[in-house]
Design a binder for this molecule. Sequence first.
Ligand code: HEC
Length: 138
Amino acid sequence: MNWKVISLAVLFVGAFLFGCESDDEESHTHSHTHEQDVPKEYADRVNPFDGNAAAVAAGEQLFKTHCASCHGNTGKGNGPKAPATIPDWTIETDILTASDGMLYWHVAEGLTGTAMPAWKTTLSQDEIWQVIAYIRTL
Ligand code: HEC
């Protein structure tokens, strides 16, 4: 191996390690997704019930039935089945202001590798939007 090959190898390994380090910045106690990560099929969805009082009331009931065991009645993440890493939405408020598409995606598909289940086979599309309308009021 001549010096050129060796220095190239060092550069390559260095770039690889640097790449991993910059990924680590994102690894907090729970996964953070960004608006640009939302899949195309979900990104442009808009809640047809936004601010609709009847939908908020229906969403509150659905939330208490299906979600509060982990997220708590008010999104504080203090339900009896909550893992320690679950975020408190009243502190991590970026969740409450995420786009409709982002919230729909997380609720419909769940979060792989976490306790967050996928709801698209349990809840209808309208029910998911009702739950999201309720989440917006937290
Ligand atoms: C068995 C526990 C459990 C249940 C039940 C549950 N979730 Fe979650 N959910 C989680 C956990 C844990 C996370 C956080 C995952 C992470 O980022 O580490 C999460 C994340 C989320 C997120 C993404 C934002 C965030 O906090 O990271 C939304 C939105 C969400 N849940 C909505 C719901 C809704 C709506 C329901 C009911 C239809 C529900 N969840 C039911 C455990 C649960």
